[in-house]
Design a protein around this ligand. Sequence first.
Ligand code: SF4
Length: 232
Amino acid sequence: MGNALDTLDAQALAERIRSCDLCELHAHRTQALPGAGPDGADVALVLDAPGYFEDRSGQLLQGPAGLLVDRVLGACGLTREAVLVTSVARCRPPQSRTLRTSEIRQCEGYLFRELVLASPQVVVAMGTTPIQLLAGRGLRLPDAHGTAVPATIAGLGVQVLAAMDPRAAAHVAELDDRFTLLGQRLRELLHGTAPAPAASAPAQPAGPGAAGGTSRQLRLGGTGDLQGGGPG
Ligand code: SF4
């Protein structure tokens, strides 16, 4: 992983993502999706990768999942336009399979740079892959849903709030209550009454360290190979 991303502003970063062919996923995509949201967003929502319709439309979180997320944000007085919506990988994996570790390693620098540029207070990691990357292996779904842990991501101190992937949860009516809870937890974090870290959370600040000079740890142990490289 190089550190050439460290000098890119949001527009240049988005252009780099759109033209990226660093991993094999580029061959399967309709388009690569940069994160969407303003610099200075208080909240970032991080999914694993674009899904089928997202790949075609160029927008994450549509349909029932988008409505579910809008409800969570609304509980905090936020709208979608006020938050960063992004993902670990920017290209849809074939058949929406789980990301390989090598693909995450290749793409994660884009996420870290977006987070540094946005500088959110809270990063909502939605699904197993974002949770493991940003908060460590101590948090496991479904129990971890709604649990917050402090983390340092690319030198940025944040609270990582673990959540289920709303694109799956949006189709399960029983999970509505869990997303109501998520809105409450997010509101607590944003207004300074952060919940205590879960007992299973990493003892040290979790997540990758700074890109561009500060070491980062890969916290995933998928079946893929651990190649170096990545965007930069
Ligand atoms: S590294 Fe990311 S943006 Fe580049 S081809 Fe792979 S998934 Fe797409």
